[in-house]
Design a protein around this ligand. Structure first.
Ligand code: PHE
Length: 438
């Protein structure tokens, strides 16, 4: 959907094959490889983070406060050679934006709860405090993500060790909840994906998942085939939800692919003059139900990205704002009020800095670059864009030039500050990613 513009997050799981990429978006084309000067700007080398970045991360970790988040530091920032979690990412764990009543993500979560509770009072069980540290089994295997699927790459997912990740989607909780006997549940939580940097991509975002199981009587009584019955049920439920959130919008269904559902769809709504993807969904793969205590039953499920919907609904123009504690942002939203239109309180000019370098022979990825930039500049970086790339005809070496836009949401940045950040980025790039600066 937002293929061309990479607008907001598309689904990494939408694609059956590794080559289509994983930009980490709930719902939609995860990542479109975009080309600039005929060079594909994203690469999926599937390699663990270079050792130098990990060392750097550990060094920084030692300086940070011990009580960030609800998951102990030692559990996340381990010395495992496969670990690619950074200090910056660790600092987001436990922020739980979706649990803060006046936060736009929580307002949206509550509005979706209200919709489902109105339609089926007492049916839906809600889970919004499940731990984001999950096994690869739960995150991938049990929801049938193929062994070679790009979403498993450490270039795209944060690994704690080879068997443990920061969940990259709330579908990671489907099977445990099914095994616990849950038959209708909503799961909300923070999810983590290594990604590039722009105003709609952030390495931590929030998803809501729903799954509803039906007994055979449901479709037998209706006199229809089971899967078809699920499709009808899910379309009715989700169009109703879209209208509850966005008013009487036109809806359309687009065929999709997810490893855990078949058939799979995306729901799009016509809103403010354009078709926008709202969620991914489908009829749950029968073997997921059969293996987790619900054989003979059928189910539908959906997953949606709360930031994406909140940005559309509340007219929030930069994904970093969700993390802002500036009162000029936080005080614009009130629990229960779905009609707020965010008024930007300031727009400071961005400052652009280019960095050019020769790529090392192996292992460079744009996601690794973005990790280095975020580690240096945090939320002061607004976007990182490949603006030039060429391969030297004689040496065969490839040069890239990336443009980094620095901009604070809350204040103006001084030249000195920006130069300091850029120097730090340059040093880290050569020290950690082993690029040759030009
Ligand atoms: N987990 C999918 C994603 O992150 C969304 C999804 C959930 C799709 C449930 C279908 C069913 O993109």
């Amino acid at each position: 959907m937002w293929a061309a513009s990479r607008e907001l997050r598309g689904s990494v799981f939408k694609s059956a094959t590794a080559s289509a990429g994983f930009c980490g978006c709930p719902l939609s084309v995860l990542f479109q490889n975009h080309t600039i000067n005929n060079v594909t700007s994203r690469r999926h080398h599937g390699k663990p983070l270079p050792a130098a970045i990990r060392d750097h991360r550990r060094f920084k970790a030692a300086r940070a406060s011990a009580e960030v988040g609800t998951v102990p530091r030692e559990e996340v920032l381990t010395s495992d050679p496969y670990n690619n979690v950074t200090e910056n990412i660790f600092s987001k764990i436990g922020a739980n934006l979706h649990l803060r009543p006046d936060h736009p993500l929580c307002i949206l979560k509550e509005a979706i709860y209200t919709y489902f509770d109105d339609v089926q009072p007492g049916l839906w069980r809600k889970f919004d405090d499940l731990k984001p540290v999950v096994t690869t089994k739960a995150n991938f295997d049990e929801v049938l993500v193929p062994a070679d699927h790009v979403s498993r790459s450490p270039n795209d997912t944060y690994y704690i060790d080879t068997d443990t990740v920061l969940r990259c989607h709330t579908s990671a909780h489907q099977t445990e909840l099914l095994r616990q006997g849950e038959a209708a549940f909503l799961v909300t939580g923070d999810v983590y994906r290594r990604d590039s940097i722009d105003q709609s991509h952030y390495p931590v975002f929030h998803q809501m998942e729903a799954l509803r199981v039906y007994k055979p009587e449901a479709w037998e009584d209706a006199g229809v085939e089971g899967t078809q019955h699920m499709v009808t049920k899910l379309k009715t439920a989700l169009e109703g939800m879209a209208k509850h959130l966005f008013g009487d919008v036109e809806c359309r269904w687009v065929d999709a692919y997810f490893p855990f559902t078949d058939p799979s769809f995306e729901l799009e709504i016509y809103f403010n003059g354009e078709w926008l993807e709202v969620l991914g969904c489908g009829v749950v793969e029968q073997q997921i139900l059969d293996k987790n205590g619900w054989s003979g039953h059928k189910a539908w499920a959906f997953g949606l990205g709360l930031e994406r919907l909140a940005m559309i609904k509340f007219a929030i123009n930069d994904i970093r704002l969700f993390w802002s504690s500036d009162k000029r942002f936080t005080q614009q939203f009130k629990s229960g009020d779905l009609n707020t239109q965010f008024k930007p309180y300031s727009k400071f000019p961005p400052c652009f800095k280019d960095v050019s370098f020769w790529l090392p022979s192996d292992g460079f990825t744009e996601n690794n670059l973005c990790e280095v930039v975020r580690d240096q500049a945090g939320d002061l970086v607004e976007s990182v864009t490949l603006v030039d790339a060429f391969t030297h005809p004689k040496t065969g070496k490839t040069s890239n030039c990336f443009r980094i836009a620095y901009r604070s949401m809350d204040r103006s940045l001084t030249d000195e500050e920006i130069n300091g950040l850029q120097d730090g980025v340059r040093t880290s790039l050569s020290d950690k990613l082993l690029v040759e600066l030009r």
